[in-house]
Design a protein around this ligand. Sequence first.
Ligand SMILES: [Zn+2]
Length: 149
Amino acid sequence: MAFRLERVNYDINSPNEAVRTCLQKKKQMSAAVGQGGFNGIGKESCCAYVSWGNNNRICSAIGVSRNRSLFCKSGQFSTAYIHGELDAIVQAIEENNALPHFHQIYIEMSPCPKCTAALNNLLPDNQVVYFSFDYQTERELWAAAARRL
Ligand SMILES: [Zn+2]
């Protein structure tokens, strides 16, 4: 048993809240720095969205694939490579002080083999993980779609 992948359209106006929120936030974060964007986050930074409940409040986090991760607790940069889905889950664990039960998970591309193993350890069986492009075979399609956001 494992988590379940479900493909959804790559649409910034998607009726799926996870997709819409992730892509709208990505568009903001990957804009030029002078226009509200963040240094080091580009159209080809694979983004992920997770949401969970905490005391009747819905919380969410956006994760970004990156070469250097800032671990909040130490304030130090690590050189570890982290993909968007793990970045989002790490933020959720930090905010929730424990691994939450996720309502929604969306990743622009399906998980790579390493993240698949991590997600299988972290997520309950049958947890739905939405994605839009296949990591192994659709990278170019994804990159082109991301540039058009
Ligand atoms: Zn990965």
